[in-house]
Each structure stands twice: as C-alpha cells, then as structure tokens.
Design a protein around this ligand. Structure first.
Ligand SMILES: C[S@@+](CC[C@H](N)C(=O)[O-])C[C@H]1O[C@@H](n2cnc3c(N)ncnc32)[C@H](O)[C@@H]1O
Length: 320
C-alpha cells in the first residue's frame, strides 16, 4: 500500500487559527517579493509574485529522491520525498519543519494525504485504468484529450494519473514551492516511465489562493474550460470551502463537466470536512452531489469519501 500519511495536522504553536491570509503583513509574501527582485537582478526568469501566480517552465532547485506508491494492483506512481527540514528551508519558515499547516503560509502540500490515493483508486475504477492499458498507452477513451484541473494538488498524483491516460492537466497548489520542488518533479518522473511515442498531454502549473484563482484562470481564457476537476483533502477549512466552490464554478465547463473530490467526514481540530462541505454545496444550490465510495478508517473512527459533483441535468438544454 502507499506511503500516504494519516491526516493529522500538526498545529503551529503561534497561529492555529484560520483567519484570512493577510498578504500585507505576511512575511512569506514579502520574502517572495524580495526573492523575485533578487532573481530579476540576476536575469533569471522569475514569475512575479501574485496571489495566484502561474509557474511555467520553472526548474526545481533540487530534484528529490522518489518512492513508489501503489494505487491498485499493478498500477503505481512515483512521488518525491521532502524532509521536514527541507520544507522549512524551502518555505523559509522554521515552523514548517514540524507543522503540516500554517494558515496562509503553508497548506500541507508537501505531504501525500490518504485522500489523494483514494481519489486515484476511484479514477482507476471510473476510467477503467489498469497497468497494461497505462503501459501500452492504449486509449482509455474517456480521459484522452480531456481538460483536467487538480486543485490543491500537493504531489499531484490524481492529476498525474490522468496525464498518463492522455489528458491535458493543469495543477494548482497554494505554495509555488510545492509545485516547483515536488509536483513538477513528480510529473517529469512519472512521464519518463511512459512508453515512447505516446501522446503526451500538456501541463500547466498555477499557485496561489483559490480566492483569486477563478479570476486568474478566466483572464487566461480558462473560465468554464475544464471537463474534470480533481481535489483531495482540501476542505478541512470551512472558510476556504466557499472559495474552493466559487473557483470551481468559474472554471468548470457546464453542463457535463464533473468534480471528483476526496475528503474526510471530519477534520479534528480544524472544523471542516464533508459534513460542512455538503451544507455549503447545498446552500449554494448549483451542484448535485453523489457519494462514489466510502472508506471506514477503523483506527481513527473517521470516514473518508469520494464525491462526485455535477451540474443538474436540467441545465443541459440551455447549453446546446
Ligand atoms: C492537506 S493538503 C492536500 C494535498 C493533496 N491534495 C493530497 O491529498 O495529498 C491541502 C491542499 O489544499 C491546498 N489549499 C488549501 N487551502 C487553499 C487555499 N485557500 N487556496 C489554495 N489552495 C489551498 C493546498 O495547496 C494544499 O496542497
């Protein structure tokens, strides 16, 4: 089984709340600005910091070592390893060496959470992906050429699975460091194991808060663009659930596109989870929600689920 870690946030001692990211007084943002200036001076291509910035053609400073994560029998993906010390160094924040969440600074993307593997398994089932098909590059029908976005991707394994099955995949994470040091190397590493001559889907990478992402993507012609949105372990914070939902509504293509979301019923100590998320979706009134699978975690008593969110069939005639 995979190397995914049990979801238990290690809280920072100084700031355990979930207040709005305060960019003006956020040392992390300042640090990025300073780094951008320094790199500009050195004539290194650098994407100016923006709340939702796009990272294209960036190379990781250091390529991590990789390990295998088994998804289903015969299908495994490779993921990079980054130590607590390295995370702290990359984020220039000592707290990140022992904390999985520093609200507004680090949102947990350097670790692989259980929901990511649940989502990968679900995708194998939905799209009938197996080892032979993936290796041979057989058209897996439904995913070939599909436009996929993984929100809060961290390692990005669900997106990578779709990429290997022929989809064009865009990855988003709160932290640009996660994308550069982990997601991008993971994408390259897994693509390098593909059979030569196969169609390679395209990739793009975006970082920043969901509060601005929908707008940013729309400004790049990606509003209402995606056929499939993937996200796992991203609804632990009740306040951010609205931002996530708003972003999804801006970029998901009506009427037939779909969201696959993996999460836990409840996130102890942080307040979010499927219970509150279902309420948010219901209150919003746009999507219909279906449970695709439920996994009981005997040790914690918690339940993990994979949900499907769709626009109601009744809107289809308006999009002919
Ligand atoms: C616990 S990690 C899960 C990472 C990965 N999906 C997994 O399951 O292994 C939560 C992810 O949600 C994203 N995230 C959380 N809050 C966010 C926000 N307000 N804006 C953008 N991304 C956010 C972060 O990028 C982070 O990687």
């Amino acid at each position: 089984m995979g190397e995914e870690e049990k979801f238990a946030f290690n809280f920072p001692t100084s700031r355990g709340d979930h207040s709005e990211p305060d960019n003006e007084n956020n040392p992390y943002v300042e640090e990025l600005d300073e780094r951008a200036e320094e790199e500009d001076e050195e004539e290194v291509e650098y994407i100016e910091y923006d709340p939702a910035q796009e990272l294209q053609n960036k190379r990781p400073d250091k390529v991590p070592s990789f390990e295998e994560v088994e998804i289903v029998q015969g299908v495994s993906l490779r993921k990079g390893r980054v130590s607590g010390g390295e995370i702290a160094e990359l984020l220039n924040d000592e707290r990140a060496s022992t904390n999985d969440l520093i609200p507004g600074v680090y949102e947990g993307g350097f670790k692989l959470w259980e929901g990511a593997v649940d989502l990968c398994k679900q995708l194998c089932e939905i799209f009938k992906l197996d080892a032979e098909k993936l290796k041979a590059g057989e058209t897996t029908g439904d995913l070939e050429g599909k436009k996929v976005l993984e929100l809060g991707c961290g390692h990005g394994l669900p997106g990578i699975l779709c990429l290997l099955a022929g989809a064009d995949v865009h990855f988003q994470d709160f932290n640009p460091e996660v994308l550069r040091q982990l997601t991008m190397p993971n994408v390259s590493e897994n693509l390098s194991r593909m059979t030569m001559g196969r169609r390679r889907g395209s990739t793009r990478f975006f970082s920043g808060d969901w509060a601005h992402l929908g707008e940013l993507l729309s400004s790049k012609g990606l509003g209402g663009h995606y056929d499939i949105i993937l996200t796992s372990e991203s609804i632990y914070n009740q306040e951010a659930q609205w931002r996530l939902l708003e972003c999804i509504k801006q970029v998901l293509q009506p009427p037939h596109a779909v969201v696959y979301l993996a999460a836990k019923s409840y996130y102890f100590g942080v307040g979010g989870g499927l219970k509150t998320f279902r309420k948010v979706v219901k209150e919003d009134g746009i999507f219909e929600v279906k449970t695709l699978s439920k996994i009981q975690d005997a040790a914690s008593g918690n339940v993990r689920e994979v949900l499907e969110l769709r626009f109601p069939e009744s809107i289809a005639p308006y999009f002919l």
